[in-house]
Design a protein around this ligand. Structure first.
Ligand SMILES: Cc1cc2nc3c(=O)[nH]c(=O)nc-3n(C[C@H](O)[C@H](O)[C@H](O)COP(=O)(O)OP(=O)(O)OC[C@H]3O[C@@H](n4cnc5c(N)ncnc54)[C@H](O)[C@@H]3O)c2cc1C
Length: 490
């Protein structure tokens, strides 16, 4: 068969039950899940997974999978994707505040995994390729094909990567699922008038350190630095440790100089040399940190015949490493609903209620992870004195131990799916911060030998502290309640 003949032949066979755009985290997992579970249906599904590049991606995203993500991966029968990629188990978090580590372990019996994103993606794609009736095609999707009369999406046009490929080959399907990631080209088209603009809360700049030792090994590490947002680090291979530096908008003109002068001196000493070496050898990568609330799909504003999945639909701040956990959890719920409730994928009237159910069923996990990620970033990343009171209160709250650590970390880890628990802990932190303001010694100066002088507030300072307490509580509400609203509204 010659290269000229091939595309024409394919035009005859380019019709599927499901088309998935993007073989990343969500797309690959969904292709495998639909194929594996489709034995429950009378007629097995034909699935096409379209990916613009099947080579191993080299990105600074998706490198720490929370325990809740591992649970979802197990439900999808994909846990072996974590093997043979030199993945490192993670047992919780370590937050560095003013040079001292605060240990926040995952609950007993739970662990996460950190790895090179590209290696994990290739494992997921391998499972998708091996799945029955899944065709993985290396092609860039450039447009959605719409019915000229109804506007319903019938498939996509894509250009294969291989030599001799014709421009814009058509792929048709009963249902098209777009999982093309954070820079989605199709988000606005699918959501129409309902589409929201994501809010970019700065960027993460990433590099890999050689043989670096973290303050608590095999723990996700969050380092709070003065005058800048948090620095995140986790070991992603036997010799490799990822470091992500938060950079506010607009980024400094010389990033390397900024990191060398302002960030590295504030990191634990064990990271200084590896970080300087990486800076001198590595190309710095930058990714936007965007918060994009999920919009209900299958309404009168959104397109028929198509739906969004993964980052193309919903994004949260990467500080808490929750993106893949949300994506896998979404795939678990969506594939079950599609297979159990929809007998004919071409019948949009059957798909619509499934999209509504999916939207609400995913909320307990997705909303808690989303809200926590942005609220924590606001707490850890801002230079505001009122947020600083909340930040100090937050660490003192963790020091109380017991449920004050176990429950918040279970939410972060995607183990607990409980928005009310998050609400309770957030406002407990706010009230505890106020208690700390009145009762704990604070720095009032520096002694002759350079040591901090600490003193408890005197009663004559209480009226001023009462005013400050109200401001702190108001700030907590301003951080939390708008986020809560974006997540609970229909
Ligand atoms: C800086 C940063 C760090 C992060 N760290 C973590 C972390 O540690 N843990 C975590 O859980 N989450 C993390 N995330 C979030 C996580 O990476 C995402 O939530 C996750 O990758 C989303 O998966 P996805 O399948 O939606 O998109 P992706 O995994 O990005 O996949 C999209 C796929 O679509 C393909 N594609 C795009 N356009 C086209 C097209 N036109 N035609 C064909 N194919 C196309 C792409 O090539 C890609 O393979 C991080 C995010 C950022 C920004």
């Amino acid at each position: 068969m010659t290269a000229q003949q091939r595309p024409r032949d394919r035009m005859w066979s380019a019709s599927y039950d499901v088309l998935i755009v993007g073989a990343g985290i969500a797309g690959s997992a969904l292709a495998h899940a639909l194929s594996a579970a489709a034995v429950r249906r009378k007629r097995p599904l034909r699935i096409c997974l379209l990916e613009r590049s099947l080579s191993e991606p080299d990105r600074i995203v998706g490198e720490l999978l929370q325990p809740g993500g591992i649970l979802a991966l197990k439900k999808l029968g994909l846990e072996e994707c974590l093997e043979d990629i030199d993945a490192i188990p993670t047992y919780g978090y370590c937050v560095m505040l003013a040079g001292s580590p605060v240990h926040i372990p995952y609950p007993e019996g739970y662990e996460g995994r950190a790895f090179h994103h590209g290696r994990f993606i290739q494992q997921l794609r391998k499972k998708a390729k091996e799945a029955e009736r899944v065709e993985v095609v290396e092609a860039t999707v450039s447009e959605l094909i719409e019915c000229p009369l109804t506007g319903r999406v019938l498939g996509v046009r894509a250009t294969r990567k291989e030599e001799g490929a014709v421009e814009k080959e058509a792929f048709f399907a009963d249902l098209t699922i777009v999982a093309d990631g954070c820079f989605s080209n199709f988000r606005n088209k699918v959501l129409g008038k309902a589409a929201l603009q994501g809010v970019t809360k700065g960027h993460f700049v990433g590099m890999i350190l050689d043989d670096a030792t973290l303050p608590i090994p095999k723990h996700g590490t969050v380092m709070l630095v003065e005058g800048s947002g948090p620095v995140l680090s986790y070991q992603i291979g036997t010799h490799d440790t990822r470091i992500l530096v938060d950079v506010k908008h607009p980024p400094p003109p010389d990033l390397k100089e900024h990191i060398t002068k302002n960030i590295i001196p504030q990191l634990p000493a064990s990271l200084h040399l590896p970080a300087l070496k990486a800076l001198s050898q590595d190309r710095l990568r930058r990714m936007p940190n965007t918060f994009l609330p999920a919009i209900q799909q299958g309404t009168q504003h959104t397109k028929e015949g198509v739906l969004l999945l993964g980052d193309s639909w919903n994004m949260r701040h990467p500080l808490t490493g929750g993106g893949m956990t949300c994506a896998f959890n979404d795939v678990v719920i969506l594939h079950e609903l599609l297979l159990d409730d929809v007998h004919d994928l071409a019948d949009w009237a059957q798909v619509k209620p499934v999209l509504r159910k999916w939207f609400w069923r995913r909320k307990p996990l997705a909303s808690t992870v989303n809200i926590l990620s942005v609220a924590l970033y606001d707490l850890f990343g801002a230079d505001d004195p009122l947020l600083e009171v909340l930040r100090t209160g937050c660490f003192k709250y963790f020091e109380l131990g017991g449920a004050c650590v176990r429950e918040p970390v279970s939410i972060l880890a995607g183990i607990e799916q409980a928005p009310f628990m998050l609400f309770r802990h957030f406002f407990s932190v706010a009230l505890y911060s106020i208690w700390v303001l009145f009762t704990h010694p604070r720095r009032v100066g520096t002694s002759a030998d350079g040591k901090a002088v600490l003193r408890r507030p005197r009663p004559d300072e209480w009226p001023l502290l009462a005013v400050r307490s109200m401001q702190v509580f108001y700030t907590a509400c301003v951080v939390f309640l708008p986020l809560l609203w974006t997540e609970i509204r229909p």
